[in-house]
Design a protein around this ligand. Structure first.
Ligand SMILES: [Zn+2]
Length: 188
């Protein structure tokens, strides 16, 4: 839901050691990564069913920002999700997206969308290179949350809702209840 900073303590080393994948002869280094396998189906489904998610992942893949998704059982204030700065090293900046394991499936995908939008916002601001920079930036541009050191943006809220709608619509089309393109009429 918000830009949250205080609960981040995973050592950077663990983040740095994740392998890159080699697809054929092309080296593919995904910038949106999952730290807990239980989150993988949600990310995969969001990418598959939501064009907005696909665009954000492509934007992040082309950026210097690497994002890790993880489950955090004790989210501050029982929030559904949060994002924090994990560090910067070499060419890359690292972010963590924490997701509450009690979220429903739809909520999980909406929150992934919401937090990826924050990651895109940060990718567009190369001056954010530390937790303090992140706090300063969102203090300036964000909406203050109910808890200290927590901010949000309208863009992220809108993106979360949009991803949720895209996932729902995709499921409706799959069940044959949604409208796809009108049928092509025969010329005679
Ligand atoms: Zn937010």
């Amino acid at each position: 839901m918000s830009i949250v900073t205080p609960f981040l303590s995973i050592p950077m080393l663990a983040l740095m050691l994740l392998p890159t994948m080699s697809v054929g002869s092309t080296l593919y280094v995904p910038h949106v990564r999952v730290r807990h396998a239980a989150l993988e189906p949600f990310l995969r489904e969001a990418i598959e069913k939501s064009i907005t998610t696909r665009k954000m992942v492509a934007t992040l893949d082309a950026s210097d920002v690497i994002v890790y998704l993880e489950l955090l059982p004790r989210m501050p204030g029982s929030l559904p999700a949060g994002l924090g700065f994990a560090g910067s090293g070499g060419r890359f900046r690292y972010l963590r997206i924490a997701l509450n394991p009690t979220n429903t499936r739809r909520q999980m995908m909406a929150m992934i969308g919401h937090e990826l939008q924050h990651a895109v916002e940060i990718a567009a601001e190369p001056t954010i290179r530390s937790r303090r920079d992140l706090q300063k930036h969102y203090k300036r541009i964000g909406i203050a949350g109910a808890v200290d050191d927590m901010w949000d943006t309208e863009a992220a809220r809108d993106t979360g809702r949009l991803v949720s709608r895209e996932v729902k619509r995709s499921a409706e089309i799959a069940r044959g209840r949604g409208t796809v393109d009108p049928p092509i009429e025969k010329p005679f």
